[in-house]
Design a protein around this ligand. Structure first.
Ligand code: GDP
Length: 357
């Protein structure tokens, strides 16, 4: 068992029975593996901790093999692992008999709650691509009801969240977006910024994406519909494919292909505004942007916030006339984002100094 090298930071634990789909989820969401390639993944045989996302908040995926009883003393250092986890992401194979999986989930909740009552329980009802729509909802209702009854019997105030997921569509990305957002202390500020930006710029929907994972880390206050999320996340694939074929990447990006570990969110030095508060010309010029016109009169507009973060907006094509205003608002938005993460970084450093590090 490998110990967590950075056990003071919050992280996700990815748990579930063997063959439930944990490795596949990790590879598809965090390493850009095409879903069909997961058919050839070997079953996980060791507990594995690897940094998945490193940023202002450190998240880790723990891939835990189903055959090990992690509640058994000495095999799984539950105290250390649960105490430091922000969320347990528990994967249930919806195409299989899930009786055993639910028994295990119940003991996981009981055990983890005792150690860390703050931990979020996120339940993925996974591989739902094989189920009809009625069946999906029926399975979700059955599982959530059973889990709620068990939790009520335990008498603990735990309220798990449920997600219907599949690696063959966007659902697993959407689920991880929501799971990760709950762990972001800056989420409220980011949402307010996006809402203000969208309202002032005539934008219908705006998503702030992590380029590498296609996880959206925040969106504006208008309701999220799966279609707008899907089309915006598809745009990332289109742009990345296009850039890979025709684009010129700076040499330092050669080491950071799409399968790199997630090192994101820290503003780059060249993202800093000049002394007078304005962005210098070279920064503005080096920013990537893309525009795709859709046949329904809408436009997808992408702007690079920094090398690892993208803003993607959906707006009516008439509103493109206000492009100057949108671009000006974007610069203000970007400046605010840089400041938020500078503050967080500063706070973290101060915290380390307080801790004597
Ligand atoms: P692990 O043992 O929990 O790590 O499970 P794996 O990731 O090895 O997955 C077991 C099998 O489930 C593999 O053959 C995957 O291709 C398959 N699988 C994973 N996710 C999905 C999914 O969303 N839909 C379907 N149909 N199969 C999946």
């Amino acid at each position: 068992f490998e110990s967590n090298p950075d056990s003071n930071t919050p992280h996700l634990l990815l748990l579930g029975l063997r063959r439930s789909g944990k490795s596949s989820i990790q590879k598809v969401v965090f390493a850009k593996m095409p879903p069909n390639d997961t058919l050839y993944l070997g079953t996980t045989t060791k507990t594995d901790a690897r940094p998945a996302i490193k940023s202002f908040i450190d998240l880790q995926i723990w891939d835990c093999p189903g055959q090990i009883d992690y509640l058994e003393e000495g095999v799984f250092d539950a105290q250390n692992i649960f105490a430091n986890a922000g969320a347990i992401v528990y994967v249930i194979d919806a195409q299989d008999d899930f009786t055993d999986s639910l028994i295990r989930l119940q003991s996981t909740i009981e055990h983890a709650y005792k150690i860390n009552p703050e931990i979020n329980f996120e339940i993925l009802i996974h591989k739902v691509d094989g189920l009809s729509d009625d069946n999906k909802q029926g399975t979700l209702d059955m599982i959530s009801q059973q889990v709620s009854e068990e939790i009520a019997e335990m008498g603990i105030p735990v309220e798990p969240s449920y997600y219907l997921t599949s690696i063959y569509d966007h659902s697993v990305f959407e689920a991880f977006s929501k799971i990760i957002q709950k762990l972001l202390p800056q989420l409220g500020t980011l949402e307010n910024l996006l809402t203000a930006f969208a309202e002032k710029s005539g934008i219908e929907k705006a998503y702030l994406f992590d380029t590498l994972t296609k996880i959206y880390i925040a969106t504006d206050a208008s309701p999220v519909d799966m279609q707008s999320y899907e089309i915006c996340s598809d745009m990332i694939d289109v742009i990345i494919d296009f850039e890979c074929i025709y684009g010129k990447r700076p040499p330092e990006m050669d080491e950071a292909p799409m399968v790199a570990p997630m090192q994101y969110m820290m503003p780059q030095d060249d993202d800093q505004p000049a002394e007078d508060g304005l962005y210098n010309q070279s920064v503005v010029e080096s920013e990537g942007s893309s525009l795709i016109r859709l046949s329904n009169g809408m436009v997808l507009y992408l702007r690079e916030v920094n090398r690892l973060l993208l803003l993607i907006c959906l707006l009516r094509s008439d509103n493109l006339e206000k492009r100057g205003l949108i671009d000006y608002n974007f610069q203000c938005f970007k400046k605010a984002i840089v400041e938020i993460f500078e503050v967080t970084k500063g706070a973290r450093q101060a915290h380390r100094i307080d801790d004597g590090m």
